[in-house]
Write a protein that binds this ligand. Structure first.
Ligand SMILES: C[S@@+](CC[C@H](N)C(=O)[O-])C[C@H]1O[C@@H](n2cnc3c(N)ncnc32)[C@H](O)[C@@H]1O
Length: 460
C-alpha cells in the first residue's frame, strides 16, 4: 500500500494495527484495510463492530479503509481499489461507524483522508458527519436510542446522501439499494456524541483513550460570564487564557458589515449581539444608522463599554436620533431578545457573535428570534467559527447550519474569503501569543485558510 506524503506520519499497517489488538478487532481492521467488502460485511454482525478501535493506536475500521489508500499517485493508483475503498467506507457508515472518532494522532478518518488528499473519501466522511449531527439535533434530550436491531428498521431502507460539494467528482451513493436490510445510519448513545454501542465480547479488552489536548478549551457560557476578562493590545482574553475576540478578525468583521449593509446607506436599523472589542460596532456606527442596538452580557465587557474613553458610553447612547435608538442592552441575548420582540423592534441588519456558547444557541437564535426581529428585506449574519479548528468539523457545521437555516425559512449565501495565516500558523506565536488555544487552524490542501462568511435573507 502507498504511504503518506508526510514523513511524520507512519501509515503502514504494522504501525496502525498493534500486536496487542484483540483478535476480533484485528479481523475487522484488517478486512477494512484490505478493502475486502465481503469479509467486512460478514464481520459486521453486531452493533458497534463498525467502530471498534485498536486500544493502542485508536485505529477504527474507517481510519483503516481510508489510510490504506495512501496518497493519490499517478503510477500506482488502481481505480478499482479506490472504488473498493469507497464501498467499504459506505458499508461501515451504514453500520454506524463513527465519523469523528479520533486516533492516537488526534486524527478523525476524515482528517486522514484530507491529509492524504483523498477528496472522495473525505466527502463521504463529511456527509456522514452531517447526517449524524442532524440526527443528533433531532434526538437531543432523548436518553436512549434504538439499536440497529430496532423494530422500526425497514427493509431496504434508503439513506439519503447529501451532496456536499457539487464540484467534487465524488459519486453520491444511496446505500441499501441492493435491497438488503439496511441498518440505521448512526447509532448514538448517551455516553458520547455519536458513540457506538458497547461490544459485549470485548468488554474486558482495554479501550482506546483518545489523546488529551492540554490546551483544549472547555468553555461554557456560565463559567465564561463569571470569568475575569483582560483587554490588551489586539485581544480580549478570559482568565483561562481563551481568546474571546482578536484583532485578526477585523477583516472578517469589515466584510460582514459590507455583506449586511450593501451600499452602507445611512438610516438603517442595526442589532449586534456580543460587543467584544467593539470592532463591528465601530464599523456599524460609521454607517450612521437610525437605530443601533447592542446586546452584551459580560460584566467586564459592560464595564469596558462604560469606562472613560469608550465610544459606546452614555454620550453615544444620548447621541441617537431619539431616546433608546442607540442603546447597549445589558444581559443575555436569550432574555433581551424576548424583550425586543415584545417591544416590536425590527432590524435591517442583525449580527450574532457570542462566546462560550455552542451551536444549539446559534440555532435557537435564528430559529426563534430571527423571524420576529429581522425585517422582511433584512439581512442576518454570524461569526462562522464553528468547528474552525478541524476542517472536517468546519465543513460538517457549514452544511448542518445551512440545513437548519433553511428549516428556519432562511436562504444563506456563503462568501468565501481568505484568511491571512501568516501570523496565525503557529500556536503561542504571532497573533496567538498569550492565547491558550488556536480557535482558527484551517489551512489545508482542500481549503487553504478560507472563511465562509454567511449572509442570510428570508427565503422566497
Ligand atoms: C467574540 S466577542 C464579539 C466580538 C465582536 N463581534 C467584535 O467585533 O468585537 C463575543 C461577545 O459576546 C458576549 N456574549 C457571550 N455570551 C453572551 C450572551 N449570552 N448574551 C450576550 N452577550 C454574550 C461576550 O461577552 C463577548 O463580548
Amino acid at each position: 500500500m502507498a504511504s503518506s506524503p508526510d514523513p511524520s506520519h507512519d501509515d503502514t499497517i504494522s504501525s496502525r494495527i498493534s500486536p496487542s489488538c484483540p483478535p476480533d478487532t484485528q479481523r475487522v481492521l484488517t478486512a477494512a484495510w484490505a478493502h475486502d467488502l465481503a469479509a467486512v460485511k460478514k464481520l459486521l454482525d453486531t452493533p458497534g463492530k463498525a467502530s471498534v478501535q485498536d486500544p493502542a493506536t485508536g485505529e477504527t475500521p474507517l481510519h483503516a479503509a481510508i489510510r490504506s489508500c495512501g496518497a493519490p499517485s499517478e503510477e500506482d493508483d488502481d481505480p478499482a481499489d479506490l472504488e473498493a475503498a469507497k464501498k467499504v467506507v459506505y458499508e461501515l457508515l451504514l453500520w454506524g461507524a463513527i465519523w469523528n472518532d479520533v486516533d492516537d494522532r488526534n486524527e478523525t478518518p476524515g482528517c486522514v483522508a484530507q491529509r492524504l488528499g483523498r477528496r472522495e473519501l473525505y466527502n463521504l466522511c463529511v456527509e456522514a458527519g452531517v447526517r449524524a449531527e442532524m440526527l443528533f439535533g433531532v434526538m437531543e434530550g432523548y436518553e436512549e436510542l434504538e439499536s440497529v436491531d430496532g423494530e422500526e428498521e425497514e427493509e431496504g431502507e434508503d439513506i439519503e446522501v447529501i451532496d456536499m460539494d457539487a464540484d467534487a467528482d465524488a459519486e453520491m451513493v444511496v446505500v441499501g439499494e441492493d435491497g438488503e436490510e439496511a441498518p440505521e445510519l448512526v447509532n448514538v448513545e448517551s455516553s458520547g456524541q455519536n458513540g457506538a454501542a458497547e461490544e459485549d465480547e470485548e468488554e474486558e479488552a482495554p479501550r482506546f483513550q483518545p489523546p488529551k489536548d492540554e490546551t483544549e478549551a472547555d468553555v461554557n457560557s456560565e463559567a465564561y460570564l463569571r470569568s475575569k476578562l483582560t483587554y490588551s493590545d489586539g485581544k480580549l482574553v478570559d482568565d483561562d487564557g481563551n481568546g474571546v475576540m482578536m484583532a485578526w478578525e477585523t477583516d472578517i468583521m469589515r466584510r460582514s458589515v459590507d455583506a449586511l449593509l450593501p451600499g452602507k446607506e445611512p438610516g438603517k436599523r442595526i442589532l449586534n449581539i456580543g460587543f467584544g472589542m467593539g470592532i463591528i460596532d465601530t464599523m456599524f456606527a460609521e454607517t450612521k444608522p437610525a437605530k443601533h442596538h447592542v446586546i452584551e452580557a459580560h460584566p467586564g465587557v459592560l464595564e469596558h463599554i462604560s469606562s472613560p474613553g469608550s465610544k459606546f458610553g452614555s454620550a453615544w447612547e444620548e447621541s441617537g436620533p431619539a431616546p433608546g435608538d442607540f442603546k447597549i442592552y445589558k444581559g443575555k441575548w436569550q432574555e433581551v431578545c424576548q424583550q425586543l420582540l415584545e417591544e416590536g423592534q425590527v432590524y435591517d441588519a442583525i449580527y450574532f457573535d457570542t462566546f462560550g456558547e455552542d451551536y444549539s444557541q446559534l440555532r435557537k437564535f435564528f430559529t426563534e428570534f430571527i423571524p420576529g426581529l429581522l425585517d422582511g428585506e433584512g439581512r442576518f449574519g454570524f461569526f462562522n467559527g464553528l468547528g474552525a479548528d478541524r476542517l472536517i468539523c468546519y465543513d460538517v457545521y457549514t452544511k448542518v447550519a445551512e440545513l437548519h437555516l433553511t428549516d428556519a425559512g432562511l436562504d444563506v449565501d456563503w462568501d468565501v474569503i481568505d484568511v491571512d495565516m501568516s501570523h496565525l500558523a503557529e500556536a503561542g506565536k504571532g497573533e496567538w501569543e498569550g492565547v491558550k488555544r488556536r480557535y482558527w487552524t484551517l489551512d489545508s490542501k482542500f481549503s487553504p485558510a478560507l472563511y465562509r462568511l454567511p449572509t442570510c435573507t428570508f427565503l422566497g
